[in-house]
Design a protein. Structure first.
Length: 399
């Protein structure tokens, strides 16, 4: 009898252990060991829906896609964010958790829910993680399910998330927003009314009141905010109008020149390549200067198209979002140029400020300073051509 009781108790304990092992999550119904949240779901438990036999007859007709289900993440006690950016002047910091992005305040409260697949603000995603969201009011572009829209600093949805592409950010009071749908670019207002019809293969921004570059049927031209054509669609490429400047580089039949704000070809299309103009002021076109290439040599012209510095220098190309550009060109009063394989610096009149003895350049600034390389060692040069052994020494003397 004693043996029977012992065996019964042993069997009961095995049943209880099995039940504990097979304990299930109250939210998803999975065994705890298989639940990705280990039973601690961020959302309230939902009652399981019973599986009922379907009376529907199967069909070969294409099914409607399932609607996107919004998923909001919340950090659990003891859990860490995958990333946490710095707090900006707005008091908000970007965070990421389980693949979703949102913002927290300095108290750690999730102010903008973590439900977005991606977030862009002020043009640079990395800028937010490095320096936080500026207190200046911007609308920030956000994505869900490969679609894009805009939210404000309170996390309120301003533009629905329905576009395949949008510009990265706009000012909060901006009523002209570039968007792409069904493969074409156009522009809308915050009231969702169409400002520019969705008919362009590319569309630039409207900066400083200048016409906007646009691409249609494989050719570039310029339009204004009323969708009037300012420059006909005759060009194979353009870098558009600089923010400060009244001349835009264009290319036709492999040659480069410039159009003005009225749509006229202000400087003949005759160069093998032409860079953007650097304007010292908006008004004085004669002060503008741009690099041009003729017969495989680099020189410089002014805003009237007059030769200022003869084509005698070597050059290198780089690329950016607007296509091919010169690696080095005028940025303020100085320009790094190359001659006979060595680098030097000239001013806007072509006067040599730094002799052609350097092997390369690490960086330059609009103030006219350069970090050059000679025999593998860095040399720090100020705007007057004086050299220093350290950057700190140069910057101290500069004051």
């Amino acid at each position: 009898m004693k043996k029977i009781i012992i065996l019964s108790m042993l069997a009961l304990s095995l049943v209880i252990s099995a039940q504990n092992i097979e304990k299930k999550c109250k939210t998803c119904g999975k065994v705890l060991s298989a639940c990705s949240y280990h039973g601690r779901h961020p959302n309230k438990p939902q009652k399981p829906i019973a599986n009922k036999p379907s009376n529907r007859i199967s069909s070969n007709k294409p099914q409607e896609p399932k609607p996107y289900i919004e998923r909001t993440e919340t950090k659990q006690p003891g859990e860490e964010y995958e990333i946490r950016g710095k707090f900006g002047s707005s008091g908000l910091a970007l965070v990421k958790l389980r693949g979703k992005y949102g913002f927290i305040n300095k108290e750690g409260k999730e102010v903008i829910p973590l439900k977005y697949d991606n977030i862009y603000c002020k043009g640079y995603f990395s800028n937010m993680t490095g320096s936080g969201w500026s207190s200046t009011e911007y609308l920030m572009s956000v994505s869900q399910n490969n679609k894009w829209g805009f939210i404000n600093q309170k996390g309120e949805l301003v533009i629905p998330i329905i576009y395949s592409q949008v510009q990265s950010y706009v000012y909060a009071d901006d009523n002209f927003i570039l968007c792409k749908k069904e493969g074409k670019w156009g522009a809308i207002g915050q009231d969702m009314c169409t400002k520019i019809p969705f008919e362009y293969e590319e569309l630039g921004g409207f900066y400083n009141g200048h016409p906007c570059k646009a691409k249609k049927e494989g050719k570039y031209g310029f339009i204004n905010e009323k969708n009037d054509i300012i420059v006909p669609f005759n060009y194979s490429s353009t870098r558009g109008f600089p923010y400060h400047g009244s001349l835009a580089q264009v290319c036709k039949n492999g040659k480069y020149g410039y159009v003005d704000l009225q749509g006229k070809e202000a400087i003949s299309i005759k160069f093998d390549f032409a860079s953007d103009f650097d304007f010292l002021s908006d008004e004085k076109v004669e002060d503008a200067i741009a690099g041009v290439i003729i017969n495989n040599k680099l020189g410089f012209i002014n805003g009237r198209g007059e030769n200022v510095i003869p084509c005698q220098y070597e050059y290198e190309f780089s690329s950016d979002g607007d296509g091919k550009c010169l690696s080095h060109q005028f940025w303020g009063s100085r320009c790094l140029v190359k001659k006979n394989g060595k680098w030097g610096v000239i001013d806007r009149k072509g006067t040599i400020i730094v002799p052609f003895i350097y092997d390369g350049c690490n960086s330059s600034s609009s103030s006219g300073t350069f970090d050059l390389i000679k025999d593998g060692k860095p040399v720090y040069v100020d705007k007057d051509g004086n050299t220093y052994d350290s950057k700190g020494e140069r910057d101290t003397k500069k004051r």
